[in-house]
Design a protein around this ligand. Sequence first.
Ligand code: SAH
Length: 482
Amino acid sequence: MPHAAPKLNAFPVFARVEGEAVAIVGNGEEALAKARLIDQSSAVLRIIASDAGEELLAFIAGSGATHIRQPYDASQLHGAVMVFAASGDEALDSRVATDARRLGIPVNAVDRPELCDFFTPALVNRAPVAIAIGTEGAGPVLAQMLRGRIDRMLPPSLGRLAALAASLRAAAERLPKGNRRRRFWSDFFAGTPARAIEAGEYDKARDAALDLLATNAPAAGHIALVGAGPGAEDLLTLRAHRLLLEADVIVHDALVPEAIVAMARRDAERLPVGKRKGCHTKSQAEINALLVELGRQGKRVVRLKSGDPLVFGRAGEEMAALREAGIAYEVVPGVTAAFAAAADFELPLTLRGVTSSMVFTTGHDLKGNSLPDWAKLAISGATVAVYMGRSVAAEVAGRLIEAGLSPDTAVAVVENASLGNRRRFHGTLADLPSLEARVDLDGPVMTIIGDAVAGANFDHSEPLAARKHEGRAVRAIEGVAS
Ligand code: SAH
């Protein structure tokens, strides 16, 4: 038998309060909390407090609330559309509740659910949009947690977007009912007008909305090149998270963990485009073409890349292809692997008096005869972060030493930075070549070289080159892992 959905004992509604009086009885914290809540509306606050505490007094002065400085009397409630009994005194609160009921005014008594006609929600305020969370008093802490989560999901500019929508409602009503009108609103709330509002470009938002009203053309596609961060889900930015929830299609690299891809809308299409050794992958040209094609189809796409999209992410090529095809795009930064690795090692990338510059490199450009610029920077003291550096570790170390960098220069290596299974290694430039033989490291690896590395915390790292007998040591480690 199907289970009936549990029924709510308190049904949420939105009460009209504009210009109406809301009465609050109380001198202290409880009254202040309710006053702050109601002050988020355009109601006229009437605070009945014969002996208001300092904070409440300051609030009243700042908010322009009406202050009745007399002992409580039922006549003070007249004309209010809502009453709060918030005196902290049980007998007085009961009296207030009884009086309010007699006058036909709904009442809320703080911490006395049995006296309440209504409950106040935890509120996410994006006026005119409001999200009210209620638990029928079961869990105020739960309500606050949910409030925080929802608050983070919604752009601060949501209210402005809703206000623009309200101003266009009459014009939209003139569109043919059904598909055409629905499409206008979905393009409005998810397309160019919404993005322009978020960017603070209000005129552009209005123009784009008027275009949508006037044309029958399908919505333009949009590609967001989004940094997924180094791997830990909670290092994703709030903006990245929001875009993931809005996207129709997610095009992601293999390095982006499943848990992050899973944050997208359930019905979003997910297209892995590989880039992991040994897997079937699309060429960069195919990826560019795919993004252009999705854009032409009017899709909202999140192109999800590990770390920051502009750091060794081939974003340059993708942006050029999109520009050439006239498809709108934006870039959302992410925490790059070097920063995550440095954090895992408590490693200052710049260190007063030691180094004031840093280099992001791959080391793959060290193969030719001439030293690239970054090698010279390394020698003059910059902190060097080497991406994709495992297979060129010996080359990097050899060439830098040859060029004059001390073999004793400190080196830190992090596999799977930011993730629970991360591993940290420390050593010197002379030890670095041993990295190439480490078959036990199968996650992404970040190498950081420079004097600033000496400022890191080595409490949680293993020596990079402690194991002279590679084969045996690796077997021992694998034995522990399995
Ligand atoms: N755009 C990415 C880099 C892509 S290149 C960024 O900004 O981080 C891929 C290389 O990044 C890997 O070979 C490795 O060197 C590094 N990398 C990515 N994630 C990593 C992680 N969690 N730990 C260590 N290195 C990582």
